[in-house]
Design a protein around this ligand. Sequence first.
Ligand SMILES: *Cc1c(COP(=O)(O)O)cnc(C)c1O
Length: 337
Amino acid sequence: MIDFRSDTVTQPTMAMRKAMAEAEVGDDVYGDDPTVNSLQDMAAEMYGFDAALFVSSGTQANLLALMAHCDRGDEYLCGQQAHNYKFEGGGAAVLGSIQPQPLANQADGSILLADIKQAIKPDDIHFARTRLLSLENTIGGKVLPQDYLAQAQSLAFNKGLKIHLDGARVANAAVAQNVAIGDVTQYFDSVSVCLSKGLCAPVGSILLGDERLIHKAIRWRKMLGGGMRQAGILAAAAKLALLDQVERLAEDHFHAQLLAEKLQQIDEIEVDVSEVQTNMVFAQLADQVDPNKLVHSLLHKGIKVSPSKQLRLVTHADISRADIDIFIEQLKISLAR
Ligand SMILES: *Cc1c(COP(=O)(O)O)cnc(C)c1O
């Protein structure tokens, strides 16, 4: 199968499987797992934070961050398209009694600083307390400019807000700009990072923050059923995600460019190649194309794509240059039917 649905479909590498088999483990709820501890120390050190916490998913990392920053009746500002607003089941509201205040995302993924300023509520008993600004990078495959992050940080600081980054794909953002991940994370009080997307780990995310935030997050994680025991089995693969898989993302970005250029030459498809910044390509199908039929036909050829008028195609470690050629060839055949 050639699977373009997401970079979450990556298989763990052979090195990861070997490291998992050989991992030294302990009970992580007691803080006894040496492999988890070494992953957390390593991540905190690499990205310039006091502490880090290994958690089951990106959704959990974001929820823990929101619950650690905000109390009941507080609110966070985020984009309308933010994963931690739109795609996480309303967890902050449901489980944290935290109100989201979504704001328009611009075409480049940013939120206007003026919109942020205007949305911060005065200290008044009528309003939820605005506590946190949450950004996402990359967002829809797009990289937020470094100077924008600096401006957002200084705005948050001046207004007494904390600032969180949903950095599920922060490694893609760093590689695309040829900077270190720490150069991107430096502007934030907390960051969530997915290790199970382009970085190939089978399971897990990292939450970064100061000691106090991570301490609160550990408590919420336990309450939410996320205390794991011999989690070093997973952390062993997660370490290799951070050590071995980050630079490789440049290949995924190159493949996405290549894919977009080839798609652009197909009549029934519209793609803006200049919009492709990392590992995602958005391809608009012409009106006469039925996305469900197309997806079904491709599936018969061993190619998986999510059905939509606007296809989201994601490149990752298990998609080669040859796979892209196969896809384009089969796509042309399917469209000609
Ligand atoms: C995937 C993703 C998450 C959630 O990660 P899971 O591990 O799937 O829970 C959060 N934020 C963004 C931007 C994501 O792409």
